[in-house]
Design a protein. Sequence first.
Length: 241
Amino acid sequence: MIEILLFILGWIISGVLGWVMGTMVDYVFYNAQKIEWKVIPLSCLLGPITIIICFRSLLDHYLDKRKKKRIPKNLKECFIFLNDLLSEEDKKKAIDDPEFGIKVHHSLGRTLRNDWYLWRGGKLKDYFNGLGIHHTDDMTGIIFTSYHRHLNNEDIRLYEQVHFYIDYWEKENVEDEEKEYSKILERNIDPYANYTHRILLKTDKCNWCMDKKATITDGTYVYCSEECKSLFIQNALDARS
């Protein structure tokens, strides 16, 4: 019995050790800034296999280093990398065609998303996250658009691009929530029972008395009682007339 317990303990310890080694490898070699605490239970389950995975990651890094594959940390470094990466013919296309990024989205764009660890995480991804960009397709879109303007000696208008994508996703999220609310109504589900849904919930307090906790909604505003709801609607109608 003791031997079995010692074996299980050793298995778990080796898993934790593999997780620590993997975290250090990600931080030192791949510029990962976020510690994946949620992976610890899986590491304990895999035991010494995590150490093998860690050494495999080190081997990949060694091979990447031999290929001189590095990762840019910001937009300026992306331009330098693309200058070295693209052929003269591709550079000419990038100069002449404002939609160059759209046309290479599923080819060169996919390569950059994988090789620059925009999916996995790193300093370049952190750079874009700091700007408010979280979708990897948007990241490469900004890179290619900015590169085209850079080659043409134009202002890249970075924050204009950033706000375009932020506004786009905010609109998409609102539309998705409106569609979800419509489905609730179509299924004849009482929306009052679902008032905590984000699109319905403007505040935890009644929108009329602004005192008591809201418990019902009309789909846009929330109220603490039917009386407050009626008063709010009547006031709105009076204001329009």
